[in-house]
Design a protein around this ligand. Structure first.
Ligand code: ADA
Length: 547
């Protein structure tokens, strides 16, 4: 109970689960109707316009559109009812057992789109795999029922009027495809030179006599990514034909002050810290992150692993048709919203799911991997497996990725700190060589780490100290950087994040997952940051920096 006169700095509803209402009156000019686009509404929400429910949505990190019918010109009331309680019937993909705090509310942008014609463009996916500066564009429309058999589309590349072409295209399954679009001055996107191009597509009218019904401008990058082989035979990853080692961290989209609603300044700081540490890669866990963050990654040349929502799901979840349906809806929503980001080189799903079970592989892994491929994403398919050598699904991955925690959770039976640290390199080298021999695919160490309480020190440099964390991460970083069987590493994790409340938080001091190399406010845990930076930047080897 609060002491009279004491000051409580917590916001009134911090940590509370329940229902919230958002209400806003908007003016719309009417005519052809309008739609709302939610970038994320967590965990579950229903949307009312003028007192009538028009949509419900679950999966708190996934973008969605709410359709509209023509409405009269004037003011309209929008009410969004958001519930952040866990409820398997309503939010099947989200569980209290996941090791990260799932914030509630309209956590990302919500925009209103007025339509000027009866047909509206939802998005344009630029397909760049063909190479040679030639791309195609898949133009997706809203509302598949009422679409015409063909549409007139005009497109312009990089705002260059001489590249404009106009033609009519058949509409099938809610989309039209423009092929053979030439980019006149094609510049490749790469981490070193992240060049971007734009495509403007308008609908209706013809060139020079435009009565535009709708238009959209999208940004894209020209780059290839593939599983390739070195001349010495090992599998690795090539970007634009060049071998690239992925050096970075697993990152949640969270901050103690902003919850799951970060801002550009914070994202920029995160990316600058990554670059200063010599990193080029982030694994964005365990749900789709804000597309504005992806845009910054595009601009700064950061390589990204993006993943569909999931965490430690069991065989019974993964064989439940409702669960799988929700997963596939998540894939579709995520791909539609982020297809054009050149930073995304790996499309993943199901962190640490039951991939040792054939039934789970068939019912949840295969369909998601296939869906990414059907949609034509320009990236490689993977998932972070903690089943490792007993994963029965690896044939479906382009890149094999293992999570494990030797030296932290691993019980080697040797309890001295030196013995614990001594288990780390052999364990991950064994994983990497098993993949090289048995899978012949690129291998990413997708998670590994140790907890460190900020500023905590003890004379033994034991568990929970940054000294122990730094020794462990140094061993990992040096092993990955120097051994050819590793394509990359996403150390667990970039910064500390809030996780379970209540009894689950045992083992999670401060109710945070403390394995960050930075604390939750991005303050470095020295000496871990210094050691990893030196190795990622190639300035020093681990053997030179520990006694
Ligand atoms: C898992 C999981 C992470 C985190 C980590 C840990 O590998 O994928 O989300 O929970 O363990 O810190 O134990």
């Amino acid at each position: 109970m609060a002491v009279p006169g004491s000051f409580d700095a917590s916001p009134q509803y911090a940590g509370v689960r329940g229902t919230a209402f958002y209400r806003r009156t908007v003016f719309v000019s009417g005519g052809n109707g309008w739609r709302l686009k939610f970038e994320a509404c967590s965990l579950w929400c229903s949307v009312y316009v003028d007192g009538k429910m028009i949509a419900e949505h679950s999966n708190g990190y996934s973008p969605f559109w709410v359709g509209s019918t023509p409405r009269e010109s004037g003011n309209h009331e929008i009410v969004v009812v958001v519930d952040n309680r866990f409820d398997k019937d309503r939010t099947i993909l989200q569980s209290e057992g996941y090791d990260f705090y799932q914030f509630g509310g309209i956590i990302r942008h919500l925009t209103l789109h007025e339509e000027s014609g009866s047909v509206a463009i939802q998005g344009v996916d630029v397909m760049t795999k063909q190479g040679g500066g030639i791309v195609s564009a898949r133009v997706r429309f809203h509302g598949s029922q009422s679409l015409p058999g063909e549409v007139t589309l005009t497109y312009t590349v990089d705002g260059n009027a001489s590249s404009s072409r106009s033609s009519s295209f058949p509409v099938t399954d809610g989309q039209a495809t423009i092929t053979g679009i030439r980019v006149d001055n094609p510049r490749l996107w790469s981490p070193e030179a992240p060049s971007l191009h734009t495509l403007y597509v308008s609908m209706g009218g013809t060139l020079g006599n435009e009565q535009i019904q709708d238009a959209i401008i999208v940004r894209f990058g020209l780059r290839s990514v593939e599983a390739c082989k070195r001349s010495t035979g090992e599998a690795t990853l090539c970007i634009n034909g060049e071998e690239t080692k992925l050096k970075g961290f697993s990152r949640h989209d969270a901050h103690p002050q902003y919850g799951a609603s970060l801002n550009r300044q914070q994202w920029m700081q995160d990316l600058q810290i990554l670059k200063n540490m010599g990193g080029n890669y982030l694994r964005l866990v365990h749900y789709p992150h804000d597309p504005e963050f992806l845009s910054l990654c595009d601009e700064m040349g950061i390589l990204v692993w993006q993943e569909n929502l999931g965490w430690g799901n069991s065989e019974s979840d993964l064989t439940n048709p409702d669960f799988v349906k929700a997963l596939l809806q998540g894939v579709d929503e995520m791909v539609n919203n982020t297809f054009n980001h050149p930073s995304i080189i790996i499309w993943a799903f199901l962190n640490e799911g039951a991939s040792n079970k054939k039934s789970a592989c068939d019912s949840a892994y295969v369909p998601q991997a296939s869906r990414y491929r059907e949609l034509g994403v320009n990236g490689l398919v993977s998932w972070a497996s903690n089943k490792k050598q007993s994963d029965v699904c690896l044939d479906n991955a382009d890149v094999v990725s293992f999570n494990s925690y030797p030296g932290w959770y691993g019980d080697s039976g040797d309890y001295s700190l030196q013995d614990q640290l001594g288990t780390v390199a052999p364990a991950i080298l064994e994983e990497a060589s098993w993949v090289a021999v048995n899978q012949k695919k690129p291998f990413i160490k997708s998670e590994i780490g140790a907890g460190a309480i900020p500023e905590w020190e003890d004379t033994f440099n034991g568990f929970w100290t940054a000294k122990y964390q730094s020794s462990l991460l140094s061993i990992v970083a040096e092993t990955v950087v120097s051994n050819k069987n590793f394509t990359g590493v996403s150390l667990w994790q970039f910064f500390d994040v809030r996780t379970y409340n209540g009894p689950h938080a045992l083992g999670r001091p401060r109710a945070l997952n403390n394995k960050g190399i930075l604390d939750e406010y991005r303050r470095p845990k020295h000496p871990s940051v210094d050691a990893v930076r030196a190795i990622f930047k190639g300035e020093v080897k681990h053997s030179q920096c520990t006694p």
